[in-house]
Design a protein around this ligand. Structure first.
Ligand code: GAL
Length: 639
């Protein structure tokens, strides 16, 4: 697989006379791909039916003539103002009942049928015109579903669609009442038409109702995307992708991924560190110019699965962004470092957002590969360097990792609906375990719970998965892997009740969660080993052997023969002990990685990345500080 580079370009932002020179410069530094079009609707169709594709024809010709391949986006993330006049009720409505108005982007409700038809119409028109264009070599639907909290909408359209969804799922109001437990607080319904969305209730709504609504919202995203994909596919053989974001859990990305050939995502390491992570100030200060050592890698590994092995970074941070609480510049060399990190995780392409910084509108303070005056910004030179390195790169295969970490979206919804303690968040739990594994030098595959085949894994971890499908147990057994479940695994039915027999109900393992509690941040429970249980703790019963305990002798891990249950949320110190033991039992080597150094095994090749601000030595290699160039690799590659 030839790894490639690209950029995101907005021909509609620049005079046409500049396009050819831009294209020549892109090709000149070794870029292959250019993504265009994803926000251009007002210039493609300035009034309903008034199609102006001539400029896009010329833009694609110009880019193609320079040897670039085009990813063409459908512009449905930015419906023009006239769309609102045509469909006044298309706006999403927030939980307080307020419309999310025109004047930025993503101002549509996924349930609005009229808007969905408009979206399919423009996708079809683009596909008809460009489906066989030799320069259009890939497609992107919309952009970043879910960004800016846009999956959940409480509009009238959503209310009507939710009632239909409930009618289909439950068939009768009686069945719905039973499934949700509506006898509680006299919440029974006689008719699906009486069911409202679960906002603006006096106190919390029934969690089963809230979870059903979250499922519905996710389904609506898939329902919005599918006909766009079909419209494109009818006219083009080029692969279709959607461009996802970091830490968006409101819709099931695996379900979307099944509709398309490639998954792409947007990697903004410094923005994410400030904006998306709970870590303390010291961690954020240490990595302020390099980004968190694990957050990008987690998403690389996640989207590799969402894209069935085919994934890209569609937007790579080039310099300071504009949207986080603070927006520092990356260390020199980070544009190159992040690109290599993505390739080590199997990316087919890394594209920078954006080609030239726009001097106008919302993102005028967001860096590009070029400054607004067209002079090169640091990412321009670093991209050129990566391109020349790629030319000499031997084959890199992503390879299967030895550890599988199970992650899904429905668990994020049920935790959000009923956290049972402030700050208890499913993504954070899974991410902390991912980080714990990486601190021990592991490479990881993130897998969905319904994956049928876990063959080849030594260790499978299933933290916080609220409802375990029986086939996951079967797949683990068939694989012969060691497995650890918990905390909070298999603790709810699909309809958000407590199952009886009580959790975790793991076949062949006699462990029962007799009681749970959430803990204040100032009441950690010391473990008998290192570190603590924090935030969440379970009291375990059963005949399975106790493997690890709290300092006062209460069971924390029980199990045997490669099946273990963890009854609490360990802090980093305790997690390190637990994972070291598990990895060793599973026949893997737990490595003591220096702070900020991460290792990624890609097929037969090992990459080492030092995210820290200082050089470190590891296994006889001197790893330079993040971003620093040395003998051809800040990210060290070896066999
Ligand atoms: C992404 C988005 C881009 C741009 C970028 C800024 O989330 O897809 O359109 O807004 O962020 O960092």
């Amino acid at each position: 697989m030839k790894r490639t580079l690209g950029t995101c370009y907005y021909p509609e932002h620049w005079p046409e006379a500049q396009w050819a020179e831009d294209a020549a410069r892109m090709a000149g530094i070794g870029l292959t791909w250019v993504r265009i079009g994803e926000f251009a609707w007002s210039r493609l169709e300035p009034a309903p039916g008034d199609l102006r594709f001539d400029w896009l024809d010329r833009a694609i010709d110009t880019l193609g003539a320079a040897g670039l391949k085009v990813v063409l986006g459908t512009p449905t993330a930015t419906p023009p103002r006239w769309m609102l006049a045509r469909h006044p009720d298309m706006l999403a409505i927030d939980a307080m009942g307020h419309p999310r108005k025109f004047g930025s982007r993503r101002h549509y409700c996924f349930s609005h049928d009229g808007y969905r038809e408009e979206a399919v119409r423009i996708a079809r028109l683009l596909a008809e015109r460009y489906g066989r264009n030799p320069h259009v070599a890939a497609w992107q639907t919309d952009n970043e579903y879910g960004c800016h909290d846009t999956v959940i909408s409480y509009s009238d359209a959503a209310t009507r669609a939710f009632r239909d969804w409930c009618a289909q799922r439950y068939q009768s109001p009686d069945a719905l009442n039973r499934a949700w437990g509506n006898v509680f607080w006299s919440m029974d319904y006689d008719s699906f038409d009486d069911i409202d969305l679960p906002n603006l209730t006096v106190t919390e709504p029934n969690p089963a109702h809230a979870l059903a609504f979250r499922r519905f919202c996710s389904d609506q995203v898939a329902r919005f995307n599918a006909p766009q994909v079909a419209a494109i596919r009818a006219h083009s053989d080029a692969p279709i992708s959607h461009n996802y974001m970091g830490r968006i859990t409101e819709f099931d990305h695996y379900a979307l991924g099944r509709q398309m050939e490639i998954a792409t995502w947007d990697s903004y390491p410094l923005g994410f560190l400030e904006d998306r992570l709970e870590d303390d100030a010291a961690h954020k200060r240490r990595y302020a110019r390099q980004g968190d050592p694990d957050f990008q890698a987690f998403h690389h590994d996640l989207y590799r699965t969402v894209g069935h092995g085919r994934w890209w970074v569609m937007e790579q941070q080039p310099g300071p962004v504009n949207w986080a609480p603070h927006n520092p510049a990356p260390l020199p060399g980070m544009a190159r470092f992040w690109a290599w990190e993505a390739f080590a995780h199997g990316a087919e392409c890394v594209a920078w957002f954006r080609w030239r910084q726009a001097p106008f509108a919302q993102e005028q303070m967001h860096a590009g590969m070029l400054r607004p005056d067209s002079a090169p910004a640091p990412a321009f030179h670093e991209a050129a360097e990566v391109a020349s390195e790629l030319a000499d790169l031997p084959e890199v295969e992503a390879g299967q990792a030895p550890v599988a970490l199970v992650f899904n979206y429905a668990s994020a919804w049920s935790w959000a609906v009923q956290p049972q303690g402030k700050g208890l968040d499913y993504f954070r739990l899974v991410f902390e375990i991912y980080r714990g594994l990486r601190k021990l030098g592991q490479s990881i595959d993130i897998v969905p719970p319904d994956c049928a085949d876990l063959g080849g894994y030594n260790l499978v971890l299933v933290p916080g998965l609220e409802c375990v499908p029986p086939r996951l147990f079967d797949a683990i057994t068939a694989s012969g892997a060691q497995a650890m479940f918990g905390p909070r695994t298999n603790c709810k039915t699909a309809e958000m009740s407590i199952p009886v027999p009580l959790p975790p109900a793991i076949p062949g393992l006699d462990v029962t969660v007799a009681r749970v509690e959430s803990l204040r941040p100032d009441m950690p429970i010391p473990s008998a080993h290192l570190g603590h249980i924090t935030g969440w703790r379970e009291i375990l019963e059963g005949s399975a052997p106790v493997q690890m305990t709290t300092a006062d002798g209460e069971a924390v891990i029980m199990g045997e023969n490669g099946r273990y249950y963890l009854g609490g949320w360990p802090d980093a110190g305790f997690l390190g002990c637990i994972l070291t033991r598990l990895l060793t039992d599973a026949g893997l080597t737990a490595l003591e990685m220096p702070e900020g150094v991460r290792r990624r095994q890609a097929g037969g090749r090992v990459f080492l990345f030092n995210h820290g601000p200082d050089p470190v030595e590891f296994q006889g290699h001197l790893l330079p500080a993040a971003g620093v160039h040395w003998s051809g690799a800040g990210a060290r590659q070896g066999n």
